[in-house]
Design a protein around this ligand. Sequence first.
Ligand code: MG
Length: 258
Amino acid sequence: MMINIKSLSEIELMRRAGKISKNALIVAGKLMKPGTTTAEVDHAVEQYILSEGATPSFKGYGGFPASACISVNEEVIHGIPGDRVMQSGDIVSVDVGACYEGYHGDCAATFAVGDVSEDKKALIEVTRQSFYEGIKFARPGYRISDISSAIQAYAESQGYSVVRQYVGHGIGTSLHEAPEVPNFGRPGYGPRLIPGMTLAVEPMINMGVYDVRVLSDDWTVVTVDGMPSAHYENTILITDNEPEILTLSNEICEICYL
Ligand code: MG
């Protein structure tokens, strides 16, 4: 599969899509309170994306019925928003994509609802940090699996496991493009990184074992041992030097672990 290298004008559109995506994630983060349903969060995300002249990338993608993937506790990714009421102590992963003038942004984070245990908070923080450990290698001179390897090494050094069955991806005019960006593996493999590549880097980190399975709704991915999982994702641009995070907001959201 060919990797699409983006032009400057394409990158500008991806910055717009990325900002809308991250702002939508912040909208979700502010609603992370006990008593709120996941459908209410999804509705707010969708309204925000539409109000910005964009469309929700996930709605209808492969038949997915909502604008945000909302995954609670042992749910890893692809949770379907609905009547579930969020409770104090839950950790909730929200994954949001927005498409602006044909270009996608994709980002995710895990939020704490009410009073959350220290071990769940640590899982959230390590997952976020594993993204930043990975993108230290997201620059020319390295290959895709150098990012993967750094994510895995950090997450495992903290006592967690890395989901294998789902991976990050290239992104642009399609939500998922080549190449795949795994969160595990030996360094030095895969395509060389060159300026103009745009990648969604998205570690999914489990407190227990790395194995996951899909529920009978055909979407929701859960840990097989029922232990909690966290997710963190940004869309990045490979440049001549450090990567640029395209899913960036002007807003600082401290409660959101963004
Ligand atoms: Mg993604």
